[in-house]
Design a binder for this molecule. Structure first.
Ligand SMILES: *Cc1c(COP(=O)(O)O)cnc(C)c1O
Length: 408
């Protein structure tokens, strides 16, 4: 098989829709176009039936007890907003304290920031050098005022998996709600809402080979029964938690994406893990000073390889490998020169943070692609290092960090 360019290895940003998902969605744009809320005719019933079926497919992948616990949304940004603001506003009489983590997705962090402006208090927990929080820190941070803990299952930049099951034991014991942004983790590792004692779970279709603009929020209905204040007013859809006409084709796509993952999870994980390990082995075999950002298995997303190459600037590297789609932890293209806040929270030094590249392997990547990418990344790292005066000094045995630079 010949390679198709550019090669896509940015599967944490989004994934290609699985053709089986597209096929399942298509009839709901044309023949079966009904509004799932239309109770009086066949078009409505057919659409409602499709939505009900998708709800069961999502229920299964999360291990939820009832399909009623699934609320469809426009994606995980909305799910995170609804979970956190919805719980905060619902339970504000019980307390005003929320606990989260410095390396969460912006959809969680910015939601918490807004709540702070409303008078809520938020604790942002630190992570260790691999990006993990300690369950003990959660325990210590909980006060009588704590109503919610929000910790992601798996990080989108560095792939670190958080010890959700252990955190869940603590929050359950203390009667505090636990929300997890499971966007990157679901389908990539075992996950079950009861085993993990989570009460609210956000997922997104486009990160699991489904369409963009659709997601879901799991809301526990039993032990405890979680109530959320709706963030949007309207027709009272989704048990009053999320008004708005349902995106029937999108929801069908999300359901199908979950169904495929439930059936093929093991082989999917083995496939991406095999590719990731092959890429890592090739890079580490050919290059010195390749630093892994994040944790090792089993605390790592099977398709995530985030590495920093000493003496290489991430943005320059990206220019040199233009026919490969990856992400850089360097934010030089944006207005700020700050590197990724996730890498900084790990304590990765600024230069290494700027030199980080995130490879996100997915279902549709091949060994042939990995071999090609490894080859051109190795070539580019070597080329950039040859041009670097600091690398030259390093090779001569000079620790460049101790040099006193003189301004002219
Ligand atoms: C992509 C992503 C989101 C946002 O999901 P959307 O459906 O694109 O809004 C939230 N959290 C994590 C961890 C993500 O990777």
């Amino acid at each position: 098989m010949s390679l198709k360019f550019p090669i896509y290895m940015d599967n944490h940003a989004t994934t290609r829709c699985d053709p089986r998902v597209v096929e399942a969605m298509l009839p709901y744009f044309t023949e079966d176009f009904g509004n799932a809320a239309s109770r009086n005719h066949k078009y409505g019933w057919v659409a409602e039936e499709a939505v009900d079926y998708a709800r069961e497919q999502v229920q299964k992948i999360l291990g939820a007890r009832s399909e009623k616990e699934i609320v469809f949304t426009s994606g995980a940004t909305e799910s995170n907003n609804l979970a956190i603001k919805g719980a905060a506003h619902q339970y504000k009489d019980r307390g005003n304290h929320i606990i989260t983590v410095k390396t969460e997705h912006k959809a969680v962090l910015d939601t918490c920031k807004r709540l702070e402006r409303e008078g809520f208090e938020v604790t942002y927990l630190d992570v260790d050098s691999r990006g993990q929080i300690s369950p003990d820190d959660v325990k210590k941070a909980i006060t009588d005022k704590t109503i919610l803990v929000s910790v992601m299952l798996c990080n989108n930049e560095i792939g670190t998996v958080q010890p959700i099951a252990e955190i869940g034991k603590i929050t359950r014991e203390r009667g505090v709600l636990l929300h997890t942004d499971a966007v990157q983790g679901v389908g990539r590792m075992p996950f079950h809402v009861d085993e993990m004692n989570v009460d609210l779970v956000s997922i997104s279709a486009h990160k699991i080979y489904g369409p963009k603009g659709v997601g879901a929020l799991y809301v526990r209905r039993n032990k405890p029964r979680v109530r959320l204040t709706a963030e949007m007013d309207g027709g009272g859809h989704e048990h009053g938690m999320r008004s708005g006409t349902l995106n029937v084709p999108g929801i069908v796509g999300l359901g199908k994406a979950c169904e495929i993952l439930v059936k093929e999870m093991e082989q999917d994980i083995a496939h991406v893990r095999g590719l990731r390990d092959r890429l890592r082995k090739k890079l580490e075999g050919a290059l010195e000073m390749v630093h892994l950002n994040g944790a090792e298995d089993p605390w790592r997303h099977p398709g995530n390889l985030n590495v920093s190459f000493s003496f290489v600037e991430g943005e320059a590297m990206m220019m040199g490998i233009k026919d490969v789609c990856v992400s850089s932890g360097s934010a030089c293209t944006s207005a700020s020169l700050e590197p990724s806040y996730v890498l900084r929270a790990l304590g990765v030094d600024t230069e290494l943070a700027h030199s980080s590249i995130r490879f996100g392997l997915g279902r549709f990547n091949t060994e042939e692609e990995v071999d090609y990418v490894a080859q051109i990344v190795i070539r580019e790292v070597n080329r950039l290092r040859e041009m670097s005066p600091l690398y030259e000094l390093h090779q001569e045995g000079v620790d460049y960090k101790t040099i006193q630079w003189v301004a002219h």
